[in-house]
Design a protein around this ligand. Structure first.
Ligand SMILES: Cc1ncc(COP(=O)(O)O)c(C=O)c1O
Length: 496
């Protein structure tokens, strides 16, 4: 009897256990599984929390702007920062804490210790826009999705076209100068090899001409376009770093005699190391004579079109077929902000349009930039530029450029005044290349980074490694440059 009772009890327990398991299996739904603490809350409230946290962290980050950002190894960061992704989620507060630590440990590119790249500084209107735009999260393929954002982009592109002098042109924002150059090179390739888009290249040998000081994206793009890296002819430059017109002419004539098809001449307006400008009028003459596409890589120097004082460096750019311009360089936009501008309207669609009926559902196509872009989903990089342009106006940008040039000229005067410093070239724009006699530029830059958290780069000019100071941040002052040169002297004493 007792045994029966025990068996009955065990059976009941077993059945109720099975029932519980079945019930939980049936009610299982990945969406309702409470592993994500957010599931219990309302979306609006969560985003509100995110915005408030962002405000707090942004202000904290600004308070810490003065702290130098010391160099640490990747191992150090792996040990001190919690960057691993996990199976289970965590709270927004914890994510924010870790983000805060990561941002604090990230090199600061806006302050008086950063001279390393062709960008630097911050713009209030652009920061404001970049903080807000994820809240609407537009995608720039259609008017249907992006509404007035499309009009904003048009306004910015039209203003830039007018500055170049492309009266009937068009343009497109891209994810950076490399891809603005790519887009132009693609259109140039399709102009001489129209079959390429449909059937692929027909085996003819194509050629691109760019100076030996051109940006590496030119050879990379030639590789991506099926033209071949080896088919980029790097034309010699003169002492100032400008493409030799006679060498270009000879190269083209030699190629034509060998049935090699010129695709485009890439002129650089503001080279990456020396900030030099190729002679656009002369290159436009050659391009016109041989009916070759002329592309101007103005990723760095395109912004000079906003300055009456300095735009002469780009004289002749209105005769080019295309121009790349990076507002994330001299116009101080947060990365990335780059545009490719075309003299003739209609060419982008000719090379890029596809009939995706699931996307392009409303007319007119003029308001559907997705039909003219190498991208599908695309953020509106024009919005921050529009906001900043509204804030500063053309005049503000002209003043900004004057200040950048003034800083470069001040640096030149300091270098000239000190026998230990040697100016490598008289700068044409805002890149100042120099070295410290008796030292290696690599060692000086490494010491500055390790001991003073100063970031300044080195590069090679005519086989000589030099320090490259880029005066792109107009919020810096002569006093900041004095402090930099003082540190350079200390570095030189330490490494020589
Ligand atoms: C002359 C020139 N062209 C193109 C580029 C590439 O621009 P991005 O870095 O936006 O791809 C650079 C970058 O520094 C550059 O200096």
């Amino acid at each position: 009897m007792r045994l029966q009772l025990i068996l009955a009890l065990l059976l009941t327990l077993l059945i109720s256990g099975v029932q519980r398991v079945c019930a939980s299996v049936l009610s299982y739904s990945p969406m309702s599984k409470p592993t994500d603490p957010y599931q219990q809350r309302d979306e609006q409230q969560r985003i509100r929390e995110a915005v408030e946290t962002a405000r707090r962290l942004a202000l904290d980050l600004l308070d810490r702007d003065v702290e130098p950002c010391t160099s640490h190894s990747p191992e150090h960061h792996r040990k001190t920062l919690d960057i691993s992704l996990c199976q289970t989620g965590s709270s927004l507060a914890k994510v924010a804490d870790e983000l805060d630590r990561i941002l604090a440990a990230t090199p600061k590119t806006s302050g008086p210790l950063f001279f390393n790249q062709l960008f630097g500084g911050r713009d209030p209107a652009a920061v404001l826009t970049e903080m807000l735009s994820p809240l609407v999260n537009s995608s720039m393929y259609t008017y249907k999705v992006a509404g007035p954002q499309i009009l904003i982009e048009r306004e910015v592109i039209d203003r830039m076209l007018a500055k170049v002098g492309f009266d009937n042109g068009e343009g497109m924002f891209t994810p950076g100068g490399s891809l603005s150059n790519f887009s132009a090179m693609l259109l140039a390739r399709n102009a001489v090899a129209p079959e390429a888009r449909e059937q692929g290249l027909d085996g003819r040998r194509l050629r691109i001409y760019a100076s030996s000081d051109s940006h590496y994206s030119i050879t990379k793009n030639a590789g991506m376009l099926g033209i071949g890296r080896a088919n980029v002819r790097l034309i010699e430059v003169d002492r100032e770093g400008c493409m030799s017109v006679s060498a270009l002419r000879e190269a083209i004539e030699e190629d034509l005699a060998s049935d090699i098809v010129p695709v485009c001449i890439v002129a650089t307006a503001g080279t990456t190391v020396l900030g030099a400008f190729d002679p656009l009028e002369s290159l436009a003459d050659i391009a016109a004579e041989h009916r070759i596409w002329l592309h101007v890589d103005g990723a760095l120097g395109g912004s000079l079109l906003l300055s009456e004082e300095h735009r002469h460096l780009l004289a002749g750019c209105d005769r080019a077929d295309s121009l790349a311009w990076n507002p994330h360089k001299m116009m101080g936009m947060p990365l990335t902000c780059s545009v490719v501008l075309l003299r003739e309207s209609g060419l982008l669609a000719k090379s890029l349009d596809e009939s995706a009926e699931y996307l392009f559902q409303t007319a007119p196509d003029e308001l559907n930039p997705g039909r003219r872009s190498i991208q599908c989903g695309r953020r509106n990089d024009a919005l921050k530029l529009w906001a900043a342009w509204r804030l500063h106006g053309d005049d503000g940008y002209a003043n900004r450029i004057s200040q950048q040039f003034a800083l470069a000229q001040y640096a030149v005067s300091v270098i000239r005044a000190h026998p230990r410093l040697c100016l490598i070239r008289e700068p044409q724009s805002i890149n100042v290349c120099f070295d410290v006699v008796g030292t290696s530029a690599v060692d000086v830059c490494a010491w500055l980074e390790q001991e003073r958290a100063i970031r300044i780069g080195h590069a090679t000019v005519n086989g000589r490694t030099v320090i490259r100071l880029v005066c792109v941040n107009p919020d810096l002052s002569n006093t900041d440059l004095d402090a930099l040169f003082e540190a350079i002297h200390e570095a030189a004493d330490a490494v020589s």
